[in-house]
Every structure is written in structure tokens, then in C-alpha cells.
Design a protein around this ligand. Structure first.
Ligand code: 4AD
Ligand code: MG
Length: 450
């Protein structure tokens, strides 16, 4: 006889409601006035007023106030809740109620409290710790309310970027990390062993994107990239994530518009879906609400003229430094697009500007509020002869680029793309003073752990 089928229980039903789900249930208008709950999570904080304990409880989906009243729980529950160390794993049964005075508008009243795994004395306390101490404890620091908000903001940014590009018909293709050649100049390459050969960690997925764009038209990659930059600034990571769209037939103006659309979409989604997290970080939302397309647009030479009056020490022909970028955007409430850079300071693959062979069709987008360059991109050289010349002029190994030159031999078309630095963008959105908090485990000049 066949066994009677057991009804399928979804994994979410098996796991039970989260704080986030409970909050939605009790805070909706006409919602129930008490929802029974069994919660599993961690003790994030505690305040006591004799017979009442106010716990700050975290279950991963959010934080909530749990009230443990001495006369409403068994004595051993009260004692456990009063004495257990912070960051212990705990289980709480009780009921959730809407309460306008409680953080987040919900309070959980405990009926039982049990410690599942008592924590050792927790190294991170509410007192101020230095940045190095916190980075040394990054694996634990991630549990804080602030980092919790940042993890969700980063996730929302990545999701919204993907969402926008998918709506525009882009195909995500993943590009390799081990590569035989440089994309963004040979000075910042991380060299590594690839069996008996030399390989480099990817600085950009662009060259591979160009191959994919000639297959599917609109593509992007999103992944970690590596730069051996000996710079110890608040805007540089050694390992950072980059979103890189690449579009066949697109010229410079087309991808400027693409970047504007992508950025505006993501700012809007963040304001819609992550306003609470942004506010938890103290981010002023007003400047974000002002981000609208089109962005103001100038050429490199026009930027040079503006800087001449600002006294940042900028010399025409140089790349912009952080003070130049800040000076250029100080009166702006949206990002600034700069195009037509000197060929000499940009990568080998950029298309020369028509009638100005010393200028290239490159673009940088500078975020307002002092956040600096968030996007770098260009129209690409599609002429095989010119591309080969540039590879030689830049003293790049021609044989490693033979496959890239092939793209110009078989149905070459104008095409363009850009790279957007995820951590730079997240920092700007969240109003961070340093990139190190915009990625779960930052890799900095002097930091490889945890
Ligand atoms: O301007 P970059 O170097 O451009 C490229 O890599 C192109 N190949 C991209 C393309 O066209 N597909 O880098 C693009 C962006 C910068 O604007 C910045 O936001 C970010 O990547 N970026 C960094 N972010 C953090 N730390 C670093 N060291 C970064 N270097 C670049
Ligand atoms: Mg750049």
C-alpha cells in the first residue's frame, strides 16, 4: 500500500514568523491586538527597572523591544533574562502587540525566556570603540543595528541595479577573476600563480563584457574586482565590487543616459524600500530626493576652467583628485557627468573624440556631497587598426590581447559601457564617511582579516 503523502509545509511556515512579519501583522490598521509568537534570536541589549526587563532582541529580520515582567513569567525565565550575557542566543515565547511608544511600533510581551547558547563576555559594548578595534571584530560588529541597516541597504542597491538592467533587456554574464591581461593599466595589477603560469586578478570585467555584448547586445557583470592601489584613502578598497554594463551599438550619449536611468531608479527604490534603514544611520533623505535626470554635464576642459577659479591646485592634463571632484560638485544637488578626457590619462581602449584626437569619449560621474567618482566608462575603440596601435603604445602584450582584437575582426560595431563602484555608491546613499563599512569584509591596504 502506498504511504499516505505528508502535506507539504513550506520552509517559512516551518521556521515560524519573524519579527519583521509580526511587526507587519500587528501594525496594520485593524490588525490583531496580540499575536502569539515563538522567537529565536540574540539578546542585543537590556534595561531593567526592578520587576520589569526591557530587552532589545534581534532575530535577523529586525530588532524589537521584549518586555519580561517578573509576575508574568516563570521565576527561572526571569532570572535567565536578567542575567544572561549580551549576544547570547535565546528563545522567547509570548505575544506581539502594536505599541506606538515602542521602537518600530511593536512590543513583545514574554511568557517564557530560555537561553540556547550563553555568550562569553561580548567585546563590543555600547561605548565608543576605535575604527581599528571594530574592524578587528568585523565578524561580530556586523550584528550591530547600524551594520544591520548597511547590509540591507547594500542588498537593496544590488537588487535594484539588477532589477533595472533586467527591465531594460540586459543579460547578466559573469566574467572571470583569473585573467591573463590587464584592463585598467599595469600599475595596479595583483599578480598570482596559475599553475606554472602568471595570472592577474581582474581589475574589471569590461573586456569580456565587450565579447558578450557582441553576442546578446546588452550585458552586464557584477562581481569583485581587485586593484593593488597603495592608496589609503576613505574612497579606496583593494577588493571592491563593480557593476559593469556594456551595450552594442551604444555611443557615449547613450550610456550617459543609461547611467542616469540606473542611478535614479536605484535612489528611488532605496527611498521607497529602505527609508527606515537610511534614517537609522542618520542619513538626511532630502539630498537623495533631489536626485533627478538629466545630470549636469561638462567636458574635462570645462571642468579645468571651473577649477582654475577654485584654487585646488589642479593642472590641466592631470586626472582629478578628490579635492577637485568635491570642488566641482559643491554647488550641485545631483551627480556631475564629465566627458572628453585627455587620451593620455585614460585607458587604451577609449574611442578618440571626433576632431579632437587628444581627447577621448570617456565619462566619469561624480557624486554630490563630496562622494567623488562613482562611475567610469567610455565608448570603446571599434577600429581594429587603431586598437592595435593603442595596445602597442601602452606597451601591453599583444598576444594576450589577440582574442580581444578578434572582436574587431568579426563584425565590429560601436559599443560603450561603464563601471559603477558598488561601495562608492552605497557610501553615498548611506552617507558614510569611509568605504570600509559599505562592504561586509573590507580589504584595505593594511587589512586582510577577518
Ligand atoms: O574608472 P574605473 O577604473 O573603470 C573601469 O574599471 C572600467 N573598465 C569600467 C568599465 O567601463 N566597464 O572604475 C570604475 C568605478 C569607479 O568609478 C569607482 O566607482 C570604482 O569603480 N572604483 C573603486 N571603488 C573602490 N575602491 C577602488 N580602489 C576603486 N577603483 C575604482
Ligand atoms: Mg575611473
Amino acid at each position: 500500500m502506498p504511504a499516505s503523502p505528508t502535506p507539504h509545509v513550506s520552509w517559512k511556515d516551518r521556521m515560524g514568523p519573524t519579527l519583521d512579519g509580526l511587526r507587519r501583522a500587528v501594525t496594520t490598521e485593524d490588525g490583531p491586538s496580540g499575536v502569539p509568537a515563538r522567537l529565536r534570536g540574540w539578546l542585543a541589549g537590556r534595561r531593567s527597572s526592578g520587576r520589569l526587563l526591557f530587552l532589545n532582541f534581534r532575530d535577523g529580520s529586525g530588532f524589537a523591544q521584549v518586555v519580561v515582567a517578573k509576575n508574568r513569567v516563570p521565576p527561572e525565565s526571569f532570572e535567565a533574562a536578567r542575567a544572561c550575557p549580551l549576544e547570547s542566543a535565546v528563545e522567547i515565547s509570548g505575544a506581539a502587540f502594536a505599541d506606538a511608544r515602542a521602537p518600530g511600533g511593536m512590543e513583545v510581551r514574554a511568557e517564557a525566556f530560555a537561553v540556547i547558547c550563553a555568550a562569553e563576555p561580548y567585546p563590543i559594548s555600547p561605548k565608543e570603540h576605535g575604527a581599528q578595534f571594530l574592524l578587528d571584530h568585523r565578524h561580530l560588529w556586523l550584528r550591530s543595528k547600524r551594520q544591520h541597516a548597511l547590509l540591507r541597504i547594500r542588498d537593496e542597491v544590488l537588487h535594484s541595479f539588477r532589477e533595472y538592467l533586467r527591465e531594460q533587456g540586459f543579460v547578466c554574464a559573469d566574467t572571470p577573476i583569473f585573467t591573463p591581461n590587464a584592463c585598467e593599466g599595469t600599475t595596479t595589477l595583483f599578480e598570482t600563480q596559475y599553475f606554472d603560469r602568471r595570472a592577474y586578478l581582474a581589475q574589471s570585467g569590461q573586456l569580456y563584457n565587450e565579447a558578450v555584448a557582441l553576442s546578446v547586445g546588452r550585458t552586464y557583470c557584477l562581481g569583485p574586482t581587485f586593484r593593488a592601489e597603495k592608496s589609503k584613502t576613505r574612497r579606496h578598497l583593494i577588493e571592491f565590487w563593480m557593476l559593469e554594463p556594456e551595450v552594442a551599438w551604444a555611443e557615449l550619449d547613450d550610456i550617459v543616459a543609461l547611467a542616469e536611468g540606473l542611478i535614479c531608479h536605484t535612489v528611488e527604490r532605496l527611498l521607497e524600500r529602505r527609508a527606515l534603514e537610511l534614517e537609522a544611520l542618520g542619513r538626511d533623505l532630502a539630498p537623495l530626493r533631489r536626485i533627478r535626470a538629466p545630470f549636469p554635464r561638462i567636458t574635462y576642459d570645462e571642468a579645468g576652467e571651473i577649477l582654475a577659479g577654485k584654487g585646488t591646485g589642479f593642472t590641466l592634463g592631470d586626472d582629478f583628485g578628490a579635492p577637485d571632484e568635491t570642488a566641482l560638485t559643491e554647488d550641485l544637488d545631483r551627480p556631475l557627468v564629465i566627458t572628453h578626457f585627455p587620451a593620455a590619462i585614460k585607458a587604451f581602449y577609449m574611442e578618440p573624440a571626433p576632431g579632437r584626437p587628444d581627447r577621448v569619449l570617456g565619462l566619469d560621474i561624480i557624486a554630490p556631497e563630496g562622494y567623488g567618482e562613482i562611475v567610469g566608462g567610455s565608448q570603446r575603440i571599434h577600429d581594429p587598426g587603431l586598437l592595435r596601435r593603442r595596445i602597442r603604445e601602452h606597451r601591453l602584450p599583444e598576444d594576450a590581447f589577440s582574442w580581444y582584437l578578434d572582436l574587431r575582426r568579426f563584425g565590429s560595431v560601436p559599443h560603450s559601457g561603464f563601471g559603477l563602484g558598488i561601495e562608492r555608491f552605497v557610501s553615498w546613499m548611506a552617507g558614510l564617511s569611509h568605504l570600509r563599512e559599505a562592504i561586509p569584509f573590507p580589504r584595505l591596504l593594511y587589512r586582510l582579516s577577518p
